[in-house]
Design a protein around this ligand. Structure first.
Ligand SMILES: Cc1cc2nc3c(=O)[nH]c(=O)nc-3n(C[C@H](O)[C@H](O)[C@H](O)COP(=O)(O)OP(=O)(O)OC[C@H]3O[C@@H](n4cnc5c(N)ncnc54)[C@H](O)[C@@H]3O)c2cc1C
Length: 544
């Protein structure tokens, strides 16, 4: 997949930031939030090719787009989320809504609709969820009944309800998932089609600048060539095909919003004096409220960038990696914003300091595009299969690669990440022997543990060889963060793994030794020193 050249990407990001500084200062964002108002004029500006033409980044070059790759989309999505997650969601919805056509549309359909999206900057909505079908789309009740005329398929008639649809009340084009006789299928529905209407905007906890509504389909007739791909039953596969990509976007939202909150907390802590000195100089404050979040956000970023590189290199089937990226980045963003309120004390509890709004906004990222629990399940299920297929070699081999990496890059925590991966292989095998994943909770906790162990491995590798250029951090700081995260992963696999395996009735009296619980404890040596370094460097980087 092509990528923008770095200068073009920088120009898009720069233009976006300048636009936000000019048009979306904090008082405007707070007003949109307070008035619960979707700023159509902002979306128009963002899509205007004379200004930013943001939607063009997401569209391929053959329909007049810029053909941005996964990396470009991650960077722009993070920058959007740093500005406002409600507005970012309006852009995400257009991208999501376009996806079924992009991956499943016939050449004619791609030309017809994507060309219009490119030329006219159409807002698009993605209609999958229904009142009784969210995480489990197999409960889909919306139907698409074929209409035959003169012996040929002429149209489909759609009936049903969609819920929680972003851009639902403002889009001009909708992709709607419905059950056709051949199975779930996507249909393109244009605004104004008789029988098609949107409900009133939902009164939401956060992202109040985004428009979220129900959709009502009462005998909506669409021509037969509005069936995406013109073959029934491809809908769920088409939705699945883009998860690696779209989940990366929401992962980027977690990073952008999480850092927006954390940067505010870091700057605030340097000005707020307590007990004779700034909060930023107090370990009890930084090592609880700041450093762990910076570390988790950057660990997730390393994983996001790893997945983006692989997508851009043309690797298919990265849905599980997309799930890990989204799961860790959004959980990290959500927790960072929560503690940014705490870090501001009473001020954090007011609107004025904005962290309260960011916290409400970022909350959605662990819910839409796959809830955290569904992602835990997806990750555990897929990696469980990998463990069985490789007879336990998958994580052992990765650990051996990390040991080799440690030899050439001794400061990146690779040995600790290797410890985590070896323990993970032991844990999965113990779960297999004792059939512990019959307990859903054990399976889901494995998803969480796997996500942490893999991310520690990737962060260790990349912190030394491929440090991010998205943040003002050097490799030494990223490596200190990788060491801290590897320690967290090692303790999670060993201690949490032992806990849940014991809790589920595992049978090995030597399991603690097999998981190398002692090794995971010893690996914590040096943790405080690394956290001190990170706190110091963050204070240097983000001056008030
Ligand atoms: C603001 C907003 C915007 C949205 N935008 C869109 C959009 O544009 N298009 C669209 O199609 N959808 C959209 N959604 C819908 C969103 O994707 C769903 O809300 C989400 O997938 C969860 O589905 P649900 O709400 O039905 O929750 P449920 O599936 O009912 O889940 C409820 C809880 O149960 C957990 N759970 C579910 N199944 C299991 C299980 N098998 N085992 C254990 N735990 C489980 C979940 O993790 C969750 O914690 C949006 C939602 C919101 C709130």
């Amino acid at each position: 997949m092509p990528r923008l050249d770095p200068d073009s990407l920088d120009m898009v990001l720069q233009t976006l930031r300048e636009y936000a500084a000019r048009e979306l200062p904090p008082d405007v964002l707070l007003r949109l939030d307070h008035e619960d108002r979707f700023p159509m004029e902002v979306l128009r500006d963002l899509y205007d090719p004379q200004q930013i033409g943001l939607h063009l980044l997401f569209l391929p070059e053959d329909v007049g787009g810029l053909g941005g790759g996964a990396y470009d989309i991650y960077r722009v999505s993070a920058a959007m989320a740093e500005i406002d997650l409600g507005i970012a969601t309006g852009v995400l919805a257009t991208f999501l809504g376009t996806d079924p056509i992009m991956v499943g549309g016939t050449p004619n359909q791609r030309r017809r609709w994507m060309q219009r999206i490119a030329d006219e900057g159409l807002l698009v909505a993605y209609g999958a969820t229904e009142p009784q079908a969210g995480s489990d789309l197999s409960n889909l009740l919306t139907t698409a009944v074929p209409v035959h005329e003169d012996g040929r398929l002429a149209a489909y008639v759609l009936d049903g309800r969609k819920q929680w649809i972003s851009n639902g009340g403002v889009a001009e084009l909708y992709t709607v998932l419905a059950s056709a006789p051949g199975g779930p299928s996507w249909f393109v529905v244009e605004r104004g089609t008789p029988g098609f209407s949107a409900g009133k905007p939902e009164d939401k906890h956060g992202i109040r600048a985004s428009n979220t509504t129900m959709l009502f389909l009462d005998g909506v007739r669409v021509p037969a060539d509005h069936l995406v791909g013109e073959v029934e039953g491809q809908g769920l596969a088409q939705a699945q095909a883009v998860f690696g990509y779209t989940r990366l976007m929401v992962a980027a939202f977690g990073l952008g919003a999480g850092w927006a909150a954390l940067q505010r907390a870091i700057r605030y802590s340097q000005q707020r004096i307590a007990a004779g000195g700034p909060l930023s100089a107090k370990q009890g404050y930084t090592h609880k409220l700041i450093v762990p979040h910076a570390v988790r956000l950057e660990a997730a970023r390393a994983y996001v960038e790893w997945v983006a590189d692989r997508i851009d290199a043309g690797e298919p089937d990265l849905a599980t990696e997309g799930a890990v990226a989204k799961y860790l980045a959004t959980e990290a963003g959500n927790r960072a914003a929560e503690d940014a309120i705490q870090a501001h004390g009473g001020n954090g509890y007011t609107k004025e300091y904005l962290v309260e709004k960011i916290k409400r906004d970022v909350r959605i990222t662990t819910i839409y595009e796959g809830t955290s629990e569904i992602l835990e399940w997806t990750i555990a299920r897929d990696r469980w299969q990998l463990h069985l297929k490789s007879r336990g070699a998958h994580y052992r081999d990765w650990a051996a690669r990390l040991d080799a990496h440690q030899a050439t890059h001794p400061a990146c925590g690779a040995a600790t990440a290797a410890l985590a991966l070896r323990a993970l292989a032991v844990l999965l095998e113990r779960c297999r022997i004792d059939r512990l994943t019959r307990n859903q909770h054990v399976l889901f906790r494995l998803g969480e543990i796997v996500a942490h162990a893999e991310t520690a491995a990737v962060f260790s590798e990349r912190s030394a060889t491929t440090p991010t250029t998205a943040m003002p951090f050097d490799s030494a700081l990223w490596q200190a963060m990788a060491r801290v995260f590897a320690r967290e992963a090692a303790q999670r696999v060993a201690f949490d793994g032992l806990r849940w395996a014991m809790g589920a009735g595992q049978s090995d009296p030597q399991l603690a030794q097999a998981l190398d619980v002692g090794g995971a404890a010893l690996a914590q040596a040096g943790l405080l020193e690394d956290m001190d370094t990170i706190a110091h460097r963050l204070n240097e980087t983000y001056q008030p």
